[in-house]
Design a binder for this molecule. Structure first.
Ligand code: FES
Length: 177
């Protein structure tokens, strides 16, 4: 017994609705692949900070006695993440405020507006930015001018009478004053 297979439905050309279904599945598949490729940079952006290693995070700024209570003084250190080609730009500065015994605030010198170095004025007890007139109170909070927030702060700790700051990582927007 033989079969005349040329008349089976599988040999018929697909109907328009079947073609639409195939094209729809193909389109969804291609969009999925495109979406996966487009999301790679976003995923990288999200997880890179967690994977990044910061070396020599804790940097010695000096003895705590170098930063007397009631004063705000400039502290200097070399960026532990600097490369040999950075030259003088590897040298960094911070403002260190000692406001109680063994209590400090360590501010990035860069203005929270566009990054100009702010200067401390002891008499008025204000930080002022020479670029656009940004002003900060002694605790780093925003006083006036264009900066959208206060000065960024470094984490700090005291070990064996030395003031250390977490300088492997620049203070950023994840921090609040
Ligand atoms: S950079 Fe300081 S006010 Fe603009």
């Amino acid at each position: 017994m033989s079969c005349d297979c040329s008349n089976t439905p599988s040999n018929q050309p697909p109907s328009p609705s079947e073609r639409r279904g195939v094209m729809l599945k193909l389109g969804i598949g291609l969009m999925g692949i495109g979406g996966a490729i487009a999301s790679i940079p976003l995923i990288g952006y999200a997880i890179t900070p967690a994977l990044k290693k910061y070396k020599n995070s804790w940097i010695d700024l000096g003895g705590t006695a170098d930063f007397p209570e009631g004063e705000t003084r400039l502290g200097k250190f070399t960026n532990p993440n600097a490369s040999p080609t950075d030259g003088a730009s590897a040298e960094q500065a911070v403002w260190v405020r000692s406001y109680k015994p063994a209590q400090f605030q360590v501010f990035a010198v860069n203005c929270a507006h566009l990054g100009c170095p702010v200067k401390w004025f002891q008499q008025s007890k204000l930080f002022m930015c020479p670029c656009h007139g940004g002003v900060y109170y002694e605790d780093g909070s925003h006083a006036s001018g264009p900066p959208p927030r206060g000065l960024f702060e470094y984490k700090w700790k005291i070990e064996n009478g030395r003031l250390l700051i977490d300088a492997g990582r620049l203070p950023g927007l994840e921090q609040t004053v």
